[in-house]
Write a protein that binds this ligand. Structure first.
Ligand SMILES: [Zn+2]
Length: 399
């Protein structure tokens, strides 16, 4: 199949005007971008005036959560109920235009879901998953996570997860907003514990992600060698400089506090109090990081209170509103995020990459909000949501 005369944003930062994209239907991959003439009876569609861009890659989602005000109701679910909830959320995410994610796992379910999606048995984005977040006893996320204390238990927890198929390791370097009784600003693990977590992850060939709000916990995680820092809510200059020096990617998750603040009436008192304290500082931290040249990959924290699956594209709008150029924000949520989370051949439209893309009626470089309303969502060369190609759908069939 060929689509042609489209404006193609390729996820690397480049735009190809009046370009064609050839998709190999057998492999579901992009064969060529730029010029392509139909061969034999190969179908070709004219997408004049439309923009084609890679499907979004969200570097931080929680399939286990569905935007509930409190995580406590999720903790009460049976494994069966939670597994079905995760599958539903994965489908919703895909249909909104997100074709790749890094799933922050709960109760070891996400690696199973990721495998079913990869085999084509369930609809969902290509998913890089861990089993469950590793946290100190009583620490952030303990309801659905793995509580550990001491370097030996830290190593054991990493080994358990690798055994079950985790593709990365996530740990909680500070307290969190949504876990009662934890302080987002306080470091959680000791340095020795974090060293053990990161070292063991790297020895096993997977990357390490650290949840961190406070600067002291963030710095400790960076010094321990983490690959991505999640949230980075209270960053200061010292921490931002360290992120640059150590080449650590920040996943700012601006959507998370935004949705809690906007839903003040129904948020829990504790999460609202914590969020009001942090929202403005979070935006300031993000600006500081972007100005300093910190590498940014985009993730939404989808599933956290009122942060619903399927609204992931809003993160790009927040990044642009607060600090980034539209093209940089698009790359952060396509090519860059795919690379950072280890999702191979995804997030870009180049020869050999998966044919995962969106067709947009409006140019997202004029207004990135257009990305939230794709006309067509394609994964692996197949239309998975929105209009099909040709008569009655998007694009004229070229005869
Ligand atoms: Zn999260």
């Amino acid at each position: 199949m060929i689509i042609r005369d489209a404006r193609v944003i390729d996820g690397t930062g480049a735009v190809h005007e009046d370009a064609a994209v050839r998709v190999d239907p057998d492999s579901g991959r992009v064969e060529a971008v730029g010029d392509a003439e139909p061969r034999g009876d190969e179908p070709a569609y004219d997408l004049d005036g439309k923009t084609v861009m890679p499907g979004l890659v969200d570097a931080h989602v929680h399939y286990s959560l569905s935007g509930e005000a409190s995580v406590v109701s999720v903790a009460a679910m049976s494994d069966a109920e939670l597994a079905l909830t995760e599958a539903e959320n994965a489908r919703t995410t895909l249909e909104s235009g997100v074709t790749g994610v890094r799933a922050m796992g709960a109760r070891d379910l996400d690696v199973v879901l990721a495998d079913r999606i990869a085999r084509g048995n369930l609809p969902g984005p290509r998913t890089v998953a861990n089993c469950r977040s590793i946290t100190i006893t009583g620490g952030h996320g303990h309801h659905l996570g793995r509580e550990v204390d001491g370097p030996t238990e830290c190593r054991k927890a990493v080994r358990e997860q690798i055994k079950q198929g985790a593709q990365f390791v996530k740990f909680m370097a500070t307290g969190g907003v949504t876990t009662p009784g934890t302080d987002p600003n306080s470091p959680a693990f000791t340095d020795a514990e974090m060293d053990a977590l990161v070292d063991e992850a790297h020895r096993r060939g997977v990357h390490a992600a650290a949840h961190a709000h406070g600067a002291a916990g963030a710095r400790a995680a960076v010094r321990a060698g983490v690959d991505t820092l999640e949230h980075g809510t209270f960053l200061d200059e010292e921490t931002v400089d360290l992120l640059v020096a150590e080449d650590v990617t920040l996943v700012p998750t601006l959507s998370a506090p935004h949705h809690i603040v906007r839903n003040a009436d129904s948020a829990t008192d504790e999460s609202l109090r914590k969020t009001n304290d942090v929202y403005e500082r979070h935006v300031e931290s993000f600006r500081l990081a972007v100005e300093a040249g910190v590498d940014v990959a985009s993730g939404t924290d989808a599933g956290t209170p009122f942060n619903y699956h399927g609204t992931n594209a809003a993160e790009i709008s927040f990044m642009v509103e607060y600090a980034m150029e539209p093209m940089d924000a698009i790359v952060a949520m396509t090519g860059r995020s795919a690379e950072v989370i280890g999702l191979d051949d995804a997030g870009t439209l180049e020869s050999g990459s998966h044919a995962d893309f969106l067709v947009l009626d409006d140019d997202p470089l004029d207004d990135v909000a257009a990305i939230g309303d794709p006309r067509t969502v394609v994964k692996g060369g197949e239309v998975v949501a929105g209009d099909g190609f040709g008569s009655g759908g998007v694009g004229e069939r070229v005869e």
